[in-house]
Design a protein around this ligand. Sequence first.
Ligand SMILES: [Ca+2]
Ligand SMILES: [Ca+2]
Length: 252
Amino acid sequence: MKTQLYSIFFVVIASAILCPLDNGHACSCIEPPPPLEALAQSDAVFSGKVTVIGQNSDDFSIRFQFAVVDVWKGVTTAETQVITATNSAACGFEFQADERYLVYAYQDENGELNTNICTRTRLLEYAEDDIAALGQPILSFNVPPDDEGESTTTEDIANMLLDNFDDSDSNGDDMLDYAESQSTIPGLTQEQFDVIDTDANGYLSKDELQDVLGGNGCCKQTSGVKDNVKRFIGDWLLVGLSLMVLSSITRK
Ligand SMILES: [Ca+2]
Ligand SMILES: [Ca+2]
């Protein structure tokens, strides 16, 4: 019990010491405009995954390399770099490796893309409203594979198209053209489409889709289940650990 009181006391003291310092240097922002206005004001808007952190950075700024996924403005390459201040007190955005973000960036005097926490830049998983408002990207690149099992591979694309074949086939000719395929997978690129369209007639047949899956559509779903099981076990391990820590504290 005593230990507990001490630790609460410590936290209170620590925050009293740390917070004023932090506030003294805090970055203050005005509320960013809604997505379309932010799009108009930005030089570049794209979604992408952080691949390299810190190359060619200096004391004040840090450079992040992104594998670009979707572009709404200002990026034409599959890789791009964005600079931000080194810490959040200077409004720097703390990008994490391998995470996906929606980035609103502006060009500095050297023509390099910059962003900060005062923009609408955010983790992609929290950017649903922005994505909806921004609409169709003007450009998309092959999504770089990651370990979250997202729809990235040709197999995944074929799986999704087969699952939604009849819904996608809006003219009912038993084939999917590019536009019909995009109605199921908005981010689908012509390149990805062409890979599956093996006879290059501009249409995907069920046979072509099944060929991609080796005829039996194996694997994908089971690996998803495996990931979920792994996550589930990981969660309970954490809960167990926290309980152990708690009980050891209260015992004292
Ligand atoms: Ca069709
Ligand atoms: Ca075809």
